[in-house]
Design a protein around this ligand. Structure first.
Ligand SMILES: *[C@@H]1O[C@H](CO)[C@@H](O)[C@H](O)[C@H]1NC(C)=O
Ligand SMILES: *[C@@H]1O[C@H](CO)[C@@H](O)[C@H](O)[C@H]1NC(C)=O
Ligand SMILES: *[C@@H]1O[C@H](CO)[C@@H](O)[C@H](O)[C@H]1NC(C)=O
Ligand SMILES: *[C@@H]1O[C@H](CO)[C@@H](O)[C@H](O)[C@H]1NC(C)=O
Ligand SMILES: *[C@@H]1O[C@H](CO)[C@@H](O)[C@H](O)[C@H]1NC(C)=O
Ligand SMILES: *[C@@H]1O[C@H](CO)[C@@H](O)[C@H](O)[C@H]1NC(C)=O
Ligand SMILES: *[C@@H]1O[C@H](CO)[C@@H](O)[C@H](O)[C@H]1NC(C)=O
Ligand SMILES: *[C@@H]1O[C@H](CO)[C@@H](O)[C@H](O)[C@H]1NC(C)=O
Ligand SMILES: *[C@@H]1O[C@H](CO)[C@@H](O)[C@H](O)[C@H]1NC(C)=O
Ligand SMILES: *[C@@H]1O[C@H](CO)[C@@H](O)[C@H](O)[C@H]1NC(C)=O
Ligand SMILES: *[C@@H]1O[C@H](CO)[C@@H](O)[C@H](O)[C@H]1NC(C)=O
Ligand SMILES: *[C@@H]1O[C@H](CO)[C@@H](O)[C@H](O)[C@H]1NC(C)=O
Length: 615
């Protein structure tokens, strides 16, 4: 049937949609669950993201909590963010050792596309999240995030808290609205007790016999598995300076192309002893599925109207005074309208409710930053198409024993990113391959009242992406592998290594989609498989042979089909199964969830805690 040809479909979609750029069925795309489908439930359903050991569920005796914001967000995509004033709870002063943020939403009925949302406190982003698509019987969900690293802000009064909930398109047809509550939970209790923290049924099993020879660290192990910071002894930063926009359009910078670099002028205190830049990022519009974007030559030679070009490699670049100080290729996060929305009901894709953030340690660059002058911190995205929402937080640790810290950057070696592309295609069929790698090494010393320490950072980044199009462009396969290994060594002034941390991350993604014309005019059937995972390992070796290790793996497999007219799903079926494991000094956590057609079929979790060792 000729209606399934890419060109015709593009025309059709672009007349139907107002603000979303046209795209071809050759690529993964955004669709809408139709509310005319029989509802999977007559009561509101809960959407979930399966995450690392869940933070405390509500209520689990926080020492205090406040409902800091309550608002209805309706379909007003051009509105400025909703703001309110934050002050810490009056009768419950800190210090707190944990603070959790809860972003809780209900949407009664009404059609809704997925949307992107951010929460900022004083311009510092504390949560990036997205919304699931609606159900006729209503939906609700809760996102809980450990925001303890932003503690220095939560002790201040009269800060502006702003929430942006931006829709992807303007259309009378989207009738849903969201009721959003943002609450904060403050804890003074170190011992977050597992059995009290049960959002799902925990099964107590025999304690694991982990190899533990940690001396003083056994002390930390009683603090609970949710307290990973307890192992690393890390204090939260004293000061957080936003590298974000002041505008009415939300605090994120809207990055539209490669040369669109946004920056902010910052003067850091002269007694800064450590600095880390945390990047928040999400990709939308022509780059929502950037990992499946094709070379421009393919688009041009086939006369496609799609803007989803520039190939399938992207990197967020952080600069100081125009010099690149770090780069990050984000974990692909599939929003709930992506590829097949039936996959993400009610279990959303990895990271969809709590988008991962990325830290770049700038301590070795303090030699340049501690001169009492203003510096320009910039953010851009290499090879980007419109639009990326990016901003960052500069976390600063101060020397409380001195007003002046001296520092010098001693080395900086960054190979240019080496990209190798292979592009071959004949009309709509083809094969595109991009491979890249990069090694970076930088170091510097910082002399504070704690001593003179040299920080050395080594990073190795590997990227591989392959896209295959066959059957006249109707069958597509995307396979992407990303590997990042970051090593941070700290030496004292006589060159003796006192700490070594290694963070390894891998995030492979595989997508297969086949498209066939449907029986009726202007319809098509899309069959898809997605498999996606994130694997992370953190090890830290200290002097005296102590070692800390934290490992997690989160994998999702989804498959299904849908019959689509315009962007609407007329019928279909989708299932997702997910396995998450997490292991640290205190024990092991695993959760296996499977869902199909809007229902959870299985949700089993296991916790094995290691009882504290007596020395
Ligand atoms: C905070 O809560 C914990 C656990 O409920 C309790 O043990 C502790 O005494 C509380 N602290 C204060 C200052 O209320
Ligand atoms: C703080 O005050 C509120 C309202 O005045 C009260 O409900 C709450 O119990 C108090 N919390 C503490 C920890 O005293
Ligand atoms: C928000 O808070 C109000 C007041 O506590 C409550 O009635 C409402 O159900 C909450 N809504 C959500 C979505 O959590
Ligand atoms: C916060 O604002 C309120 C109302 O404007 C004011 O009464 C209060 O003193 C302010 N608090 C601080 C710490 O500035
Ligand atoms: C955890 O809480 C339960 C129930 O309150 C209690 O029986 C158990 O002893 C507590 N465990 C620890 C390690 O505190
Ligand atoms: C944690 O901090 C204490 C006190 O500063 C120190 O003695 C201990 O060695 C640190 N532990 C780790 C794991 O860094
Ligand atoms: C990149 O985006 C900026 C901001 O929208 C625009 O001013 C500029 O013309 C664009 N450059 C190119 C090459 O498209
Ligand atoms: C390789 O791909 C990148 C990113 O898509 C592109 O900018 C570059 O021009 C390509 N290089 C070659 C040799 O095709
Ligand atoms: C830094 O820039 C700010 C404005 O962005 C300005 O007010 C301040 O005077 C500048 N400081 C220095 C040391 O140049
Ligand atoms: C290193 O820092 C300490 C504490 O701030 C200071 O006393 C000392 O003079 C500094 N050393 C040098 C060589 O600047
Ligand atoms: C700090 O240590 C480095 C490396 O050992 C040395 O080159 C530098 O001079 C020291 N700085 C100070 C202020 O002592
Ligand atoms: C796993 O979950 C299923 C469905 O919820 C349940 O029937 C089964 O007993 C659970 N398995 C275990 C080992 O708990």
């Amino acid at each position: 049937m000729s209606s399934s040809s890419p060109i015709l479909l593009i025309l059709f979609i672009s007349t139907f949609m107002i603000n979303i750029s046209s795209s071809s069925p050759n690529f993964p795309d955004r669709y809408l669950k139709s509310l005319t489908n029989p509802p999977s439930s007559s009561t509101p359903t809960e959407s979930i993201e399966v995450t690392k050991p869940p933070p405390p569920s509500n209520p689990i005796n926080p020492n205090c909590s406040i409902l800091v914001l309550q608002n209805y967000f309706n379909n007003t995509p051009t509105s400025p963010p909703f703001t309110t004033l934050y002050s810490p709870p009056a009768n419950c002063t800190g210090p707190w050792n944990k603070i959790f943020l809860e972003y809780s939403v209900s949407s009664d009925d009404g059609e809704q596309d997925d949307r992107i949302s951010g929460v900022w406190l004083n311009g510092v982003e504390i949560l990036r999240t997205s919304t699931p698509q609606g159900n006729p019987s209503g939906i609700f969900w809760k996102v809980r995030k450990d925001v303890s690293r932003y503690s220095s802000l939560f002790t201040q009064s009269n800060l502006t808290l702003s929430v942006m909930l931006e829709s992807e398109s303007i259309d009378d047809w989207f009738t849903g609205f969201y009721q959003v509550n943002v609450s904060l939970f403050y804890y003074q209790d170190q011992d977050l007790n597992l059995t009290r923290i049960s959002p799902v049924e925990f099964i107590e099993v025999e304690p694991l016999k982990l190899n533990r020879k940690f001396g003083e660290l056994s002390e930390a192990s009683v603090k609970g598995m949710y307290n990973a910071g307890a192992f690393t002894n890390e204090t939260s930063p004293d000061l957080i300076i936003p590298v974000s926009d002041n505008g009415d359009d939300g605090c994120w910078f809207r990055i539209k192309n490669e040369s669109d670099i946004h920056s902010k002028t910052i003067q850091i205190p002269q007694n800064t002893k450590k600095a880390v830049l945390e990047i928040y990022v999400s990709a939308h519009g022509n780059d929502e599925f950037w990992y499946s974007n094709v070379p421009n030559a393919y688009i041009e030679s086939n006369h496609l109207s799609s803007q989803r070009g520039n190939g399938a490699f992207r990197q967020v670049i952080a600069t100081v005074d125009g010099v690149t100080v770090g780069s990050v290729t984000p974990i692909p996060v599939i929003f709930s309208g992506g590829i097949n929305p039936l996959f993400w009901d009610p279990v959303v894709a990895i990271g969809a409710f709590n988008l991962p953030t990325y830290d770049i340690d700038l301590t070795p660059f303090l030699g340049f930053l501690l001169d009492g002058k203003n510096h320009s911190f910039g953010l851009g995205v290499a090879y980007s198409k419109s639009v990326w929402l990016v901003n960052a937080n500069l976390h600063i640790w101060l020397d409380h024993g001195s007003d002046i810290v001296t520092a010098q950057s001693s080395s900086y070696r960054a190979e240019p990113m080496q990209l190798q592309n292979q592009t071959q295609f004949q009309t709509l069929d083809g094969q595109f391959k991009i491979e890249g790698q990069r090694k970076t090494e930088y170091s510097g010393w910082v002399n504070s009242s704690a001593g003179n320490f040299t920080t050395r950072i080594y990073e190795e980044f590997k990227f591989q992406n392959e896209i295959k199009l066959s059957n006249n462009g109707q069958d597509k396969e995307v396979e992407q592998k990303i590997k990042v290994k970051t090593e941070i060594r700290i030496e004292n002034d006589i060159g003796h290594e006192i700490s070594k941390s290694i963070i390894s991350r891998k995030y492979p993604l595989m997508i297969k989609i086949s498209t066939l014309p449907g029986a009726e005019a202007d319809t098509f059937v899309s069959t898809a498989d997605v498999s996606h995972s994130t694997k992370e390992k953190y090890t830290r070796a200290l002097s005296s042979n102590e070692q800390i290790q934290i490992e997690s793996e989160n994998s999702q497999e989804s498959s299904g089909w849908m019959l689509v007219k315009d962007r609407l799903i007329l019928s279909g079926s989708g299932s997702t199964s997910q396995t998450l494991t997490y292991k640290d000094l205190n024990g092991f956590y695993s959760r296996v969830v499977s869902a199909a057609n809007g229902k959870i079929l299985q949700d089993n979790s296991t916790v094995a805690s290691v009882s504290p060792l007596s020395a």
